[in-house]
Design a protein around this ligand. Structure first.
Ligand code: ATP
Length: 309
């Protein structure tokens, strides 16, 4: 005889990665959004989303971690909105208690909020036993934010449109990075506003063939040569110390540094895992305790289940 499981004891845990942008090309505005051509890479810095049953129709969010105080736990939280959207679209009155263990910096240009939304969609779909395929989850994700589909997909991918139209990119090997996660996030809309002031008529964005070739070359130096982000100057205008941080790459032994998304996180590409250890130490010595530095690698998979009921 099997024992009946109390729904309140059912737990689903999902791990979801941060992203960096290997290239970010920003084009003209269409329907209120810039057209983008970007290459995302999911890296080994994760938020964990835990979902438990709770009273019908109710969503609660608890955030844990160093920056928890910076994020709302109500309808302003993308994870809350993800649960709400899924409930509405699938026509149920299920409830969920979400706990998010946050390691991805808040407003860091690493799509942490989108990662939490992606993790919540997967966690709730499993907890509520919904019959949705990955494509349907990604479509729902795109309604929540342009970076959410990539949080579900992971790997390395080309993003066009608002960054939400994804095509997998062929990559070989693993890239090693050291992240400098500058405290005090940058507002993405503010960085785009500054970009518009600097460049009111940007050209049509495209991912360069050189970048595509570098991704499949296995030589980190090839990739280093083509890293690129159109938002760099705008972010440096708003946060001048970022320019100095980007210039640190040769001094600390990295191949190159690139701003992730709208910043302020800067990703230092290094030759291999051993170089990552050295660069990490040198960066910490240069930057002191104000800036959190982390070794990561990519590509890694998108949102994945760690625990199911
Ligand atoms: P973007 O995806 O706009 O590039 P980002 O990666 O720089 O953003 P996020 O950490 O995703 O930064 O947060 C952007 C803003 O979204 C934050 O200022 C925060 O108030 C809000 N937000 C909503 N939900 C979340 C969440 N679950 N985690 C982090 N921020 C969230």
């Amino acid at each position: 005889m099997t024992e009946a499981v109390d729904p309140a004891d059912e737990v689903v845990r999902v791990r979801v990665p941060a992203k960096i942008n290997l290239s970010l090309r920003v084009g003209p505005v269409e329907d209120g959004y810039h057209r983008l051509a970007t290459v995302f890479q999911a890296v080994s810095l994760y938020d964990d989303v835990t979902a438990r049953w709770q009273r019908e129709g109710e969503t609660t969010v608890i955030i844990r971690g160093r920056e928890a105080h910076l994020v709302g736990t109500d309808h302003t939280n993308l994870a809350w909105r993800a649960a709400d959207l899924l409930r509405q679209r699938c026509g149920g009155d299920w409830g969920v208690a979400l706990t998010i263990d946050k390691n991805i910096p808040v407003a860091g240009g690493m799509a942490g909020g989108s990662a939490d939304a992606a993790g919540t969609l997967l966690a709730c779909a499993v907890l509520w036993d919904l019959d949705l395929d990955p494509g349907e989850l990604r479509e729902l994700g795109a309604e929540l934010g342009a970076d959410v589909p990539f949080g579900l997909a992971g790997g390395t991918a080309i993003g066009t449109g608002r960054g939400d139209v994804l095509a997998p990119a062929l990559t070989r090997g693993t890239s090693h990075w050291v992240l400098a996660m500058v405290g005090r996030g940058l507002s993405t809309p503010e960085v785009f506003r500054r970009f518009d002031e600097r460049q009111p008529e940007p050209p049509e964005p495209e991912v360069s063939p050189e970048l595509m070739a570098a991704l499949s070359s296995r030589r980190p130096a090839d990739l280093a040569a083509v890293l690129d982000n159109d938002l760099t100057e705008a972010a440096c205008d708003l946060r001048p110390e970022l320019a100095e941080l980007l210039e640190l790459a040769p001094r600390v032994g990295a191949l190159r540094a690139v701003l992730s998304g709208s910043g302020p996180t800067v990703a230092f590409l290094v030759a291999d895992e051993a170089a990552a250890v050295d660069v990490h130490l040198r960066l910490k010595a240069e930057l002191g305790s104000e800036v959190e530095c982390r070794r990561v690698h990519g590509p890694v998979p998108g949102a994945r289940l760690l625990q199911t009921p």
